[in-house]
Design a protein around this ligand. Structure first.
Ligand code: ADP
Ligand code: MG
Length: 313
């Protein structure tokens, strides 16, 4: 793919870990048609940190879901390590996602009744890794976040910042090449946010993990090497010059209402639906179920989501 025009002069890329070509996402059809992404060309370099910024409804979550291979585009291509992903089946996509990506969302989505170690090693359990190795790798990940002494605590016994560290440990457990973070500090006070951010950027610097961060927080966005601004499903070069206040004010209640809802997000193998696993779902998975249950809440839990009935988990 040719380099996207908007990337000129912003960042020297090596081999892109992710690239998109003319990415279009249309929800619904006819009268309810909504063009959420209108042709996104983007390259994300290995080891880069990228902030995706824009008002609520501008397409940030949609773009992140497509980049993370949680949903497919209507048109266009997402390539991972130079390999187009359009033709991959659900099983391959699930495996790829489980091995290449880590997810850190605003809500913590830890299973309360389970220990910190069990929560952190859940992705390994899903991948079929034996118990002894799960424990070893789980403790190693917790150690990196200075949480090893809490391994046997229940997840509920932790502060918000500690919970988010556990979520990061879980995101790290498969040595991902990319961590996708959707409002990772949205529920944290500013001091704790700073700690969680420092951990994410430390992983970026020291382990070369690529960060893709959706955020309303201008300070967090500025800490990233590069920012892209979405307006109505398109990347704009510099929103301050054109539209003024593009960044959301999180204080707006309706913005909070429609802000990205987090969770452990997977693609349902049978139906192809994208589900965000609730705590109960995670507990069920952890008890040995091999695939996400149908009761999961849709990740794109916007009020406009058409296939919502029944998703009241
Ligand atoms: P952001 O994360 O920037 O708030 P989203 O990517 O969640 O924006 O949504 C972009 C637009 O697409 C919004 O107008 C939203 O209502 C719409 N949208 C998102 N998901 C769906 C869906 N499943 N069905 C219909 N419209 C959707
Ligand atoms: Mg969103």
């Amino acid at each position: 793919m040719p380099p996207p025009k908007h990337a000129e002069g912003t960042h020297r890329m090596t081999v892109p870990v992710l690239e998109t070509e003319n990415l279009v996402k249309i929800y619904g059809r006819g009268e309810t048609r909504f063009d959420a992404l209108k042709g996104i060309n983007l390259e994300i370099g290995k080891g880069e940190s990228l902030a995706i910024v824009g008002k609520s409804g501008s397409g940030k979550s949609t773009l992140m879901h497509l980049l993370a291979l949680l949903d497919g585009p209507t048109h266009g291509v997402v390539a991972l390590e130079g390999r187009p992903t359009n033709d991959l089946g659900a099983k391959e996509l699930n495996e790829l996602r489980n091995s290449a990506f880590g997810f850190v969302f605003q809500q913590f989505f830890l299973t309360p009744g389970q220990t910190v170690l069990e929560n952190v090693t859940l992705p390994l359990k899903i991948a079929g890794v034996p118990a002894a190795e799960r424990k070893r790798r789980g403790l190693e990940a917790l150690d990196q976040l200075e949480m090893a002494d809490k391994a046997q605590n229940k997840a509920t016994d932790l502060s918000g910042g500690q919970k988010q560290r556990v979520v990061i440990a879980r995101a790290l457990i498969n040595n991902p090449s990319v961590i996708f973070a959707d409002e990772p500090t949205g529920n944290l006070d500013s001091a704790t946010s700073r700690v969680v951010e420092d951990i994410l950027f430390g992983l970026n610097r020291e382990k070369g993990i690529t960060l893709v961060i959706v955020t309303h927080d201008t300070d967090l966005a500025r800490r990233c090497q590069r920012q892209i601004y979405l307006v109505d499903g398109q990347i704009v070069p510099n929103p301050e010059e054109e539209a003024g206040d593009v960044v959301d004010t999180p204080a707006r209640p309706e913005a909070r209402e429609t802000a990205d809802r987090g969770g452990v997000t997977v693609k349902e193998p049978e139906t192809g639906a994208i589900v965000t696993l609730s705590q109960a779902d995670l507990a069920e998975l952890a008890r040995g179920a091999q695939r996400p249950p149908h009761t999961g809440k849709h990740a794109a839990a916007d009020p406009h989501t058409p296939e919502q009935p029944g998703a009241t988990a």
